[in-house]
Design a binder for this molecule. Structure first.
Ligand code: ATP
Ligand code: MG
Length: 250
């Protein structure tokens, strides 16, 4: 247990608030959120549509700035970093899987997955070799040359997952990573995430509505209307809460 020491946590969110719009149309989406994402854990974020989950993980990933509060990721104070420094930090330490996949339509699968490595200066041939390895792990070993438009939703989702894993970032953040996946592929993906979380200096943060995967969580944070309402630590004596349990498991 970390007892709140930010540098020992994968991410430490303290009093984070965020609004969109201004004047009469101002909408407060996050209301003084507190959350500890521990190293070695799979943390899941659940809650109704529109409660602020994507907004919160975008702030933790550094793609969106909070209005107030404190945020550190692996001991780095993101609130004090310049946008350029955050971009550098993100490309090295964070793998982000977007709710809408965000694949580049003009690139093949292998090229899409290579992007994080190319940004780090890895040569194109090495990047492609590694990209193919990870595509193989997510069951797309025969689709290297396809473009996203030639793939099903679940296949595109797996390309996005491969892209987030390829550079072995410390923190994997994913928005609904198994929503488009069948049981077999969902299981493969959860195994890959478990592998990541086994690294003691790594962590996985997952937004999900998928009740097939809650048993993979170490910690479940339940959000509603811009607030974290409840944190549930899962272990052998403490299974996921009844309302999150489901007979089917991935
Ligand atoms: N860029 C933006 N400008 C204005 N409002 C926004 C913006 N992004 C999000 N919102 C609003 O913030 C609220 C929270 O959105 P968010 O995408 O974080 O929800 P969510 O919990 O991820 O929902 P879902 O489960 O449907 O993905 C919503 O009311 C949304 O309309
Ligand atoms: Mg969302």
């Amino acid at each position: 247990m970390n007892n709140g020491d930010s540098s020992q946590l994968a991410a430490h969110v303290k009093g984070i608030s965020k609004s969109f719009g201004d004047g009469g149309s101002r909408l407060q989406v996050l209301k003084e959120i507190n959350l500890e994402v521990r190293r070695g854990d799979i943390t899941m974020l659940v809650g109704p549509s529109g409660c602020g989950k994507t907004t919160l993980i975008s702030i933790i990933a550094g793609t969106l700035r909070a209005d107030a509060g404190e945020l550190s990721v692996f001991g780095h104070d993101l609130r004090k970093m310049s946008t350029a420094a955050i971009t550098r930090f993100r490309s090295r330490h964070i793998g982000f899987i977007f709710q809408s996949f965000n694949l580049i339509p003009t690139l093949t699968c292998a090229e899409n997955v290579s992007v994080p490595l190319l940004i780090q200066g890895v040569s194109a041939s090495k990047a492609e070799k590694r990209a193919k390895e990870v595509l193989d792990q997510v069951g797309l070993g025969d689709r290297f040359k396809n473009r996203p438009s030639q793939l099903s939703g679940g296949q595109q989702q797996r390309v996005a997952i491969a892209r987030a894993l390829v550079h072995e970032p410390q923190l994997i953040i994913c928005d609904e990573p198994t929503a488009a996946l069948d049981a077999k592929n969902g299981h493969v993906v959860m195994e890959l995430f478990e592998n990541v979380a086994r690294g003691k200096d790594r962590a996985v943060l997952i937004v999900t509505h998928d009740n097939r995967i809650f048993h993979h969580a170490n910690r479940i944070a339940n959000m509603d209307d811009g607030r974290v309402m409840e944190i549930h630590d899962v272990d052998a004596d403490n299974p996921p809460p009844e309302h999150l349990q489901h007979v089917e498991k991935l």
